[in-house]
Design a protein around this ligand. Sequence first.
Ligand code: PNS
Length: 162
Amino acid sequence: MTKALYSGSFDPVTSGHLDIIYRGAKMFDSLVVGVIENPQKKPLFSVEERVTMLKELFKDTPNVEVDSFSGLLADYVNANGFNAVIRGLRAITDFEYELSMAQMNACLFNKDVESIFLMTSPKYSFISSSMIKEVASLGGSVSGLVPDMVLDKMKNKYIKIK
Ligand code: PNS
């Protein structure tokens, strides 16, 4: 059975992430969306909120599971028997960071695990979670750039923050 991990912060999950998840799920028997807690970032949504949203979004996609973890990605991969790690590439600016991360991870995996890069669809190539948060926090519309459920939850968050 082929099993891939698509990990990230997903704070919040965007339409670009969804596209990568659907495409990745077609390539593997099982795709785990792994939400990572990054202690260096102050998130808009807690890990629990992000996991709940992703579970709801993929409740009808049988080979997609949602999990969360902290610490090294390689430790989680080694402990859970993944064959591959998927990442989305938006532009050349992503490349250097992704290359060094893939090469470092390759040193840390305890078996052959491929890092696989899916090119983001052009219609989503400019979207990042951080830009979504910046625009939404300043009152701009991010409709269509994040799933509707996420849009509603973001509106509630910013109303509470203000
Ligand atoms: O969504 P992001 O923030 O682009 O995801 C980056 C992420 C979380 C996948 C990356 O920072 C990561 O793998 N963090 C886990 C800690 C780790 O393994 N660091 C060493 C990477 S070589």
